[in-house]
Design a binder for this molecule. Structure first.
Ligand code: HEC
Ligand code: HEC
Ligand code: HEC
Length: 451
């Protein structure tokens, strides 16, 4: 009896071990099968090299159209190092995952894309796969470019292939292991990438859809203005366009949650995006500066369409009536703080800033952003305001011909923190920003060029 128990116990143990081994073998087999499946899924063929097409092989009007599209897609601002040769690559993009350098997309055969066919270029733009079959990182916004029509991609190809070849090898990326393995990007794509051309919405007219196409496909506004998840993919639904950090700046919400006291009406968007300064808002600085400046080239009809679409996201036109009240309040705050010379913070502000950012004329000066209206003072993050005070806004950056001086050299961290706290307290009804002085010190340490 005792033996029988032992033996059945042993048998159970052996059977248990066998089951366990079978499970392990099964799991390994499944794992291998999964890996093989993943490898098959991740694998993309290399496309053949071609003889570099002669610039004269493209129709001039197509090249001209491609030039406008490439400008609106900011190709050169990501594919050119500051002061470098256009499209030569090497521009560094930093993120929590490490640094990725843009590649050379000039028509150089050896170091650029001179040997790429139109099909290889289309595949890169629409699927994020390079000519040699390797997966590209989503720092290249192919999840937006996938929406660009074949016709427009071909025009961009014609333009790029007509540029001067730049001989410059790619800078190796510095990504946290194992993220540098390109095949893993196939997993990211499986989770987050939905390839496909732009589909117009039947609920809207042609102009709105044209604006949506420009914003979503080519201009990829949401790449900066939408927050991302832990794996770096843009969040959808209500989070879309709800504001996000980018290169040390905060790209404000473009939804109704935008905290500017004056609404983003179509007129204001027009002035901000295409004249470089809006009377009730300010100027596109930091990473928004190259984005806005690239849009200046869009034909009038496209500018109107883009504004129409963006204005519809925040619904600013419906609130156009509140602009007058915001303006009245701003002028009143201006007048009171100029008279409040017993407040040492107000005195400091008047000495440092009011020579430009104040006018007693009772009208808003469109060339001097009113700090009670500018969203930098109203955002949940003080970063934009601190950056503007520390580093200023150069001529090529803000509105054409205007300069906001940099105060970083003359002012201590405590001075800048004090000014920011003062503006927050007197120009907005928002809660004070915590740890201001530490934030100023951190931003100063990062320097102006965080890109
Ligand atoms: C936000 C920055 C950014 C913008 C804007 C951008 N690119 Fe890129 N692009 C990159 C980065 C970074 C890479 C390299 C990705 C990698 O190494 O996986 C890249 C890679 C590419 C490649 C693949 C090149 C190769 O050698 O594998 C092509 C083609 C390309 N971009 C074309 C364009 C075109 C055309 C535009 C404008 C319509 C554009 N890019 C706009 C960042 C950008
Ligand atoms: C490369 C990142 C980037 C891209 C692309 C980008 N933006 Fe911006 N945007 C920003 C940043 C950063 C700011 C804040 C700039 C400042 O404070 O001067 C900003 C500011 C703005 C503002 C002003 C908001 C406010 O309350 O002050 C508007 C409007 C805007 N962007 C619209 C757009 C539109 C429309 C597009 C696409 C055509 C776009 N942006 C593309 C980064 C970007
Ligand atoms: C010499 C004149 C001058 C002085 C002094 C000056 N500013 Fe400015 N400021 C400007 C101009 C001009 C602009 C618009 C810049 C542009 O469009 O390029 C501007 C823009 C700004 C903006 C808007 C940025 C945006 O993204 O819309 C803020 C915020 C700002 N200044 C804050 C300050 C503060 C705070 C002080 C005091 C420390 C100050 N400025 C002192 C001229 C000045």
């Amino acid at each position: 009896m005792a033996r029988a128990i032992t033996s059945s116990f042993d048998e159970k143990r052996i059977a248990g071990r066998r089951l366990c081994r079978r499970l392990v073998v099964g799991a390994v087999a499944l794992g291998l099968l999964g890996l093989a499946g993943f490898a098959a899924f991740a694998w993309q063929p290399a496309l053949p090299e071609i003889a570099t097409p002669a610039p004269s092989s493209f129709a001039l009007n197509v090249v001209a159209r491609g030039a406008v599209l490439a400008a609106a897609g900011y190709c050169s601002s990501c594919h050119t190092v500051p002061g470098g040769q256009p499209f030569g690559g090497g521009y560094a993009m930093k993120s929590a995952f490490g640094t990725i350098y843009s590649t050379n997309i000039s028509p150089d055969r050896e170091t650029g894309i001179g040997a790429w066919s139109k099909d290889a270029f289309r595949r890169a733009m629409h699927e994020g796969v390079a000519r040699d079959g390797s997966h590209l990182f989503p720092a290249f916004p192919y999840e937006h470019f996938t929406k660009i029509s074949d016709d427009d991609v071909d025009a961009i190809y014609a333009f790029i292939m007509s540029q001067k070849p730049v001989h410059a090898s790619a800078q190796p990326n510095a990504l946290i292991p194992p993220l540098g393995i390109r095949a893993l990007q196939a997993g990211w794509k499986l989770l987050f990438f939905r390839p496909g051309r732009f589909k117009p919405s039947a609920d809207h007219d042609a102009q709105w859809n044209r604006g949506a196409y420009l914003a979503e496909a080519l201009d990829h506004c949401s790449a900066c203005h939408s927050p991302r998840n832990l794996l770096g993919a843009e969040r959808g639904g209500a989070a879309r366009y709800s504001g996000a950090y980018v290169d040390g700046w905060f790209a404000p919400p473009l939804t109704a949650a935008n905290p500017s006291p004056s609404p983003w009406t179509s007129d204001e968007l027009h002035a901000y995006l295409f004249q470089g300064i809006g009377q009730f808002h300010g100027t596109p600085a930091g990473p928004m500066s190259p984005a806005a400046h690239s849009l200046f080239v869009l034909p009038q009809a496209d500018q109107n369409a883009l504004v129409r679409y963006i204005a519809s996201i925040g619904g600013g036109d419906a609130r156009a009536g509140s602009a007058a009240a915001a303006k009245g309040l701003a002028l009143q705050i201006n007048a009171t703080s100029a008279g409040r010379q017993t407040d040492p913070d107000a005195r400091f502000y008047v000495a440092a800033c009011a020579s430009c950012h104040y006018n007693g004329t009772g009208v808003i000066n469109p060339a001097r952003p009113d700090l009670a209206l500018n969203s930098a003072a109203h955002l949940s993050s003080p970063d934009n305001l601190i950056r503007v005070i520390l580093f200023g806004i150069d001529t090529p950056e803000g509105a054409p011909g205007l300069v906001m001086p940099a105060f970083g050299k003359g002012f201590s961290d405590a001075d800048v923190a004090r000014l920011a706290a003062y503006l927050r307290r007197t120009r907005t009804d928002q809660p004070p920003w915590p740890n201001l002085q530490k934030t100023v010190a951190d931003i100063r340490a990062q320097g102006k060029g965080v890109e």
